[in-house]
Design a protein around this ligand. Structure first.
Ligand code: HSE
Length: 301
């Protein structure tokens, strides 16, 4: 039996579409146990009603993928998921399922793959590395696919940083939120994002949050996604006015992430009120960055 803990993640951080993400102190627990035959899947907490309990289950598929890669025989599997990460809201729940399944399967089969191998496999399954990289390593990760591997570097989160997540009561599938993105963008918009992303990485590295208002601006995905997230621009503006340093869609949305270093409870309240004024019930969470990524808490033969 193996028990794995995996953090939630917020991806993009504004301009870093598909290449920047941060782990958050909100964790799912994934337990795997080999059995003689068949699959049994138990889900407790977030997603208990909608998560598949058969071969379509993401954790199960990740386990199969790793076992296949190392030619390890899979007879039967018992999976227990204790979920705290809201599902299909933009907090990396599918990345957590993939990473948890891979790390757990690797531990069950004798630890043949390195974390780097697991990152490559996870990014292939997810389609982009920006959630899976911080889910594996913790902290803030810059991650880029190069040929058949992922090059990544970690930045330590600035001390005192808190991330308020405003979570609307409806879900938004990443697929749907990617379908609205343009196939081509103007050089002007590309240059706009390049500058913001460079500024953001430098500001996070130096721990200077005063740049975030500008550095978290984006023209490559958020303007196209705004119609899918009612009240998005108003929540951004209200959070900024209440003192947030920078505000962004969390991943593909619909959750909104406000980066703050003071008055988190007040800013959280302003965000949920603004969502509500726009007809959207929402809850908020005040989270710290997670410095640790996924790890096996317990491994029994
Ligand atoms: N970078 C991805 C996106 C994150 O914005 O679509 C969602 O998983």
């Amino acid at each position: 039996m193996v028990r794995v803990q995996v953090p939630a993640t917020t991806a993009n951080l504004g301009p870093g579409l598909d290449c920047l993400g941060m782990a958050l102190k909100l964790y799912n627990i994934i337990e795997l146990e080999q059995k003689a035959a068949g699959i049994s899947i138990e889900v407790i907490g977030e997603g208990a009603k909608e998560i598949a309990r058969d071969e379509r289950n993401i954790v199960y598929q990740a386990v199969c993928r790793l076992f296949k890669q190392i030619n390890y025989p899979l007879k039967g599997l018992k999976i227990k998921l204790i979920n705290h990460i809201p599902v299909t809201r933009g907090l990396g729940s599918s990345a957590a399922a993939i990473v948890g399944g891979l790390i757990g399967a690797n531990a069950l089969s004798g630890g043949k793959l390195s974390l780097k191998d697991i990152l490559t496999l996870a990014a292939n399954i997810e389609g982009h590395p920006d959630n899976v990289a911080p889910a594996i390593y913790g902290g803030i990760l810059v991650s880029v696919p190069v040929d058949s591997e992922i090059k990544c570097l970690k930045i330590s989160p600035p001390p005192g940083l808190r991330v308020i997540i405003g979570i609307p009561g409806y879900s938004l599938a990443t697929k749907k939120s990617r379908e609205v993105l343009p196939q081509q963008v103007s050089l002007q918009d590309a240059v706009f994002n390049l500058g913001r992303l460079a500024l953001l990485v430098a500001a996070l590295h130096q721990g200077d949050l005063s740049f975030l208002a500008t550095a978290m601006e984006d023209r490559l995905h958020q303007p196209y996604r705004a119609p899918l997230v009612p009240g998005m621009k108003k929540v951004f503006a209200a959070a900024r006015l209440a003192g947030a340093r920078g505000v962004t869609l969390s991943g593909a949305g619909p959750a909104i992430a406000a980066f703050v270093d003071r008055n988190p409870e007040h800013i959280a309240q302003v965000m949920s009120e603004t969502f509500r004024e726009n007809g959207v019930p929402a809850k908020t969470m005040v989270l710290e960055p997670s410095l640790t990524g996924a790890r096996a808490l317990e491994v029994k033969p």
